[in-house]
Design a protein around this ligand. Sequence first.
Ligand SMILES: *Cc1c(COP(=O)(O)O)cnc(C)c1O
Length: 356
Amino acid sequence: MLDIKIEKAATLKAKPTDESKLGFGNIFTDHMFVMEYDAGIGWHDPRIVPYAPFPLDPACVVFHYAQEIFEGMKAYRTADNKIQLFRPDCNANRMNDSADRLCIPNIDPDDFVQAVKALVEVEKDWVPHSDGASLYLRPFTFATDVTLGVHASKKYTFCIIASPSGAYYAEGINPVRIYVEDDFIRAAPGLTGFTKCGGNYAASILAGDQAEKLGYAQVLWLDGVEKKYVEEVGSMNIMFKIDGEIYTAPCDGTVLPGVTRRSIIELCKDWGYTVHEEHVAIADIMKAGAEGRLEEVFGCGTAAVVSPVKELKWKDEVAYIGDGKIGELTQKLYDTLTGIQWGKIEDTKGWIVPVC
Ligand SMILES: *Cc1c(COP(=O)(O)O)cnc(C)c1O
């Protein structure tokens, strides 16, 4: 249990009046949660303070060696004006898995959830009201030792910032075109693919930029060893429905274990689908596409919930999925998950954590 001190901002920013123009991650609320870690002391001084820049020494470890991890989650406003979170314990535990790999100290999962709830409660008026909009929450930890020596830092800052974000599908759910990346890789066994660390993203930007220039929304990453098996897309996991069964890459070190992914797997199993968490060759997926057996493809992650795919481009081959529209299962998953998250459907799973 953290003893969180709260220092309110003297003046509050004007809240956005047009929620349809929010976009993603562009504006930030009045406050942030902060605590520091020092070797020998542990995490200390948990507090909510006015949102402000950090004074950081130019020699801080994070600037040079990228010892940094983060999480991504949302607070949702229900029709009866309650504010709630979706499976925050999963984010807390995943952050510790990332922390272990990056030599960053763990945070007690109960303390993590307490900190998230405390910030959301202080910022509750910032949680958007319109359909599909939410308060995006970004917890992150970075190394603050002042040294150019390559060692695990002895000092860290943990922070949570909050950003009201618009509906991902403000213009309706439009299936996207995906470029299967056959040159760059995102992860390899023994590396950091299963963690949410800034370094993974830094290394992925170039491939994403190039795919975008070619007119694709995202890249689909293949395994880093043989470039043969599908792993995930940009910042989402990916699922394939072939001959009525669901396929997705296993979380065995190179794939980010998404909270949306595991929730979708649970729902699909509840609904009687066979779900295969296994290595699937891109060649087999393209073949299924050519034979008309590739029924649905969708990315899944907190930001979009699901993102239907209409086209996969791999080398000289193109696979077209369905009739270019969102698939039946993809739509049902979207409706169910958003229904639970925004409180329109009863949560029979124990996934919802109320804030206030
Ligand atoms: C965050 C993330 C995901 C999706 O995880 P969710 O918990 O569902 O939001 C998938 N892949 C990568 C690389 C990610 O960073």
